[in-house]
Design a protein around this ligand. Structure first.
Ligand SMILES: *[C@@H]1O[C@H](CO)[C@@H](O)[C@H](O)[C@H]1NC(C)=O
Ligand SMILES: *[C@@H]1O[C@H](CO)[C@@H](O)[C@H](O)[C@H]1NC(C)=O
Length: 315
């Protein structure tokens, strides 16, 4: 069962949405300007970007959260954003997420964080949840990969279907890659994918910014990645989880979102309306308010009052 976990999630990033409108079983509402005022309740948000992106992709959400009085740390993963590492030098998913793992490990015991992952970043925050569950008050998956300890498929038929879809969409050779220490395969969004799949509802200047800043994404062998992504009920499962659906996300298929929510049910599901895959550029204020509300509801108050932003491994 575990074997099927990664294809399942990689599919999300490399598949095209069927654009079906699914009615979710979960309660969700509009999030316009009804965010709570959290002046006296400061949380420490740690923001993890998606594939090919960087800490820069959170620039607006970071600003809104800081303006609301929160502490925010947007971290560049290895070889992303302005991290000096070259993607070819990474050998594993853990290498890629190491900046986040190091940052989380170094936190003071009383500095509980609200961990937010976008897209591929969901795999990273899951790793951090497994290793440092006591340091995270709530983990928020923003239209992100959300693997879990018990994700499996009910029937052989489902497994076949999922693997078949995976093979059809994913043209790489991940399934047979077992040799470690070989250079990773690099993935990059095309100009057209950026415009039509990631940023279609975002302001054009954010698309321009992305075209300037995206970097190739290292992709690793499936078997190794699955081992690194082993999640337990005791650790990962002990952390509160929220999932934020992006209503008009053309990158993430509604079917996959629905399957993740059913197979690995989070504590809370919300939806941002009128947003594309880049919820942070298409609906930045709404997303920031929603993050603030969720943090407040899970009483994620940081004891620290200092403020920092856009850190790298030198923090
Ligand atoms: C801060 O949190 C407390 C306790 O959770 C809550 O009662 C209060 O309304 C919050 N204050 C603000 C300004 O959000
Ligand atoms: C993570 O921490 C280890 C041990 O302190 C260090 O050797 C390594 O360079 C750090 N890696 C990153 C990416 O920060």
């Amino acid at each position: 069962m575990q074997k099927l976990l990664l294809p399942f999630f990689l599919l999300i990033f490399l598949s095209f949405s069927t654009q079906t409108q699914t009615s979710f079983l979960f309660h969700h509402g509009h999030h316009d300007n009804d965010g709570h005022d959290s002046q006296s309740n400061k949380s420490h948000f740690v923001l993890v970007h998606g594939a090919c992106l960087g800490a820069w992709s959170w620039y607006q959400v970071t600003t809104f959260l800081q303006t609301a009085g929160h502490k925010v740390t947007a971290v560049d993963m290895a070889a992303a954003g302005i991290d000096p590492t070259q993607p070819e030098s990474l050998t594993s998913l853990t290498d890629y997420f190491q900046p986040l793992l190091n940052f989380t490990e170094a936190l003071q015991a009383d500095d509980k964080i609200v961990l937010v992952g976008h897209s591929l970043g969901g795999l990273g925050i899951s790793m951090a949840m497994e290793r440092f569950p006591e340091k995270i008050s709530v983990a928020i998956f923003v239209t992100a990969a959300m693997p879990g300890p018990i994700i499996g498929f009910q029937s052989i038929e489902e497994q076949k279907t999922t693997l078949g879809m995976y093979k059809a969409f994913h043209k790489g050779d991940d399934t047979k890659s077992e040799v470690s220490k070989k250079p990773p395969r690099l993935f990059m969004f095309s100009e057209e994918e950026l415009e039509t799949k990631l940023f279609p509802l975002s302001p054009p200047q954010d698309l321009t910014l992305a075209r300037t800043l995206v970097r190739p994404q290292a992709m690793f062998g499936l078997l190794e990645s699955m081992k690194e992504l082993r999640l337990s009920k005791e650790n990962y499962g002990s952390v509160k989880r929220a999932f934020i659906i992006s209503q008009n996300d053309k990158m993430t298929s509604k079917f996959m979102v629905w399957a993740m929510l059913l197979l690995n049910k989070p504590d809370r599901v919300e939806e941002v309306h009128g947003s594309d895959h880049m919820v942070m550029t298409s609906k930045p204020l709404e997303l920031a308010q929603l993050l603030g509300t969720i943090a407040q509801d899970y009483a994620a108050f940081s004891s620290s009052t200092s403020s920092s932003t856009f850190v790298r491994d030198d923090l």
